[in-house]
Write a protein that binds this ligand. Structure first.
Ligand code: AHM
Ligand code: MG
Length: 287
């Protein structure tokens, strides 16, 4: 890892306990909406502000972008080779029901919006019963536990090389069933005979189940929203990169998410990730 990329990962690691601690008391909605027109929680803003300040303070980080702000923010002098995109609190609607949420990190070596092939690292922090970090870098995915100790924040490897199990078990798909396209629904009817449903409403939590047990997660194109719900820069690209580094595949329905050419910062994209053969079957069903 180059020093800057290591530092970015360290800062996200060190910030995770602060994001987690900040959830208590920040469950209320704010009056403002994020650039995608969704309601923001005080917790979304808190996580975004912590990450913005700390990541932009790193030498070598030229800019910071997040799901919660309209524009890219440049560091002083905009110097540096890396451009960081975050979803500070993915699945934040789960805060009300006290379910799992995450922070998504994407490190690009091109100014945003950038294609997935410009990623040099991507990862997610999962605020579950324990706090974990799953980091993809140089073709390898590693899972860590993050512990907030008296001596400081520690990151401990729990699995050096995470790969998606070859015998898939779970599936989870977003969107209302009547809003799905018929070809996608046809695929679902096939695989629900083979796999079991796990859907929690936070992409990070749902993808984590796929990483652990094998299977498929999707937030597909909907009749009411052709590009689905998830955003390419902050969600589609990093999750595609992580799943592909773990031996799986990602798709927008026709090609790898990493091959999608971006046209704007907050653009949405249909997201399908999981075991290679399931994503190939899905692409066949949508063709
Ligand atoms: P968020 O990043 O604003 O929380 O929104 C994205 C989340 C994803 O984590 C999840 O896959 C999806 O929204 C769930 O949406 P739904 O509530 O429609 O199932
Ligand atoms: Mg999100």
């Amino acid at each position: 890892m180059t020093d800057t990329v290591s530092r970015i990962v360290d800062v996200v690691t060190e910030t995770a306990p602060d994001v987690r601690a900040g959830l208590t008391g920040r469950r209320e909605y704010e009056t403002s909406e994020n650039p995608s027109g969704e309601q923001m929680l005080a917790a979304d803003r808190h996580a975004d502000e912590l990450l913005e300040a700390r990541l932009l303070a790193i030498d070598g980080v030229a800019s910071y972008a997040s799901e919660e702000r309209e524009e890219v923010v440049e560091s002083e002098g905009a110097k540096g080779d890396y451009h960081v995109a975050c979803d500070p609190l993915d699945g934040s609607s789960n805060l009300k029901s006290n379910n799992v949420m995450g922070t998504i990190l994407a490190v690009y070596d091109q100014p945003l919006p950038a294609p997935g092939r410009a990623l040099v690292a991507a990862g997610y922090v999962l605020y579950g019963p324990i706090t974990t970090l799953v980091l993809a870098r140089n073709g390898t995915v590693t899972e860590y536990v993050i512990d907030d100790t008296d001596e400081g924040v520690e990151r401990r490897v729990v699995e050096q090389e995470v790969t998606i199990p070859t015998d898939p078990v779970v599936y989870g798909f977003g969107g209302r069933v009547p809003d799905w396209h018929d070809d996608f629904e046809g695929f679902v009817r096939e695989i629900e005979d083979e796999l079991k449903l796990r859907y929690g409403g936070a992409m990070i939590g749902d993808v984590s189940q796929v990483m652990e047990y094998g299977g498929v997660f999707a937030y597909p194109s909907l009749q009411s929203a052709e590009n689905g719900k998830l955003r390419l820069q902050f969600e589609g690209n990093p999750i595609g990169y992580i799943v592909e580094c773990a031996g799986g595949r990602s798709s927008d329905g026709g090609q790898s998410l990493l091959a999608v050419e971006p046209d704007r910062l907050h653009q949405r994209v249909p997201v399908h990730v999981g075991n290679t053969e399931l994503i190939e079957r899905l692409e066949g069903a949508l063709a």
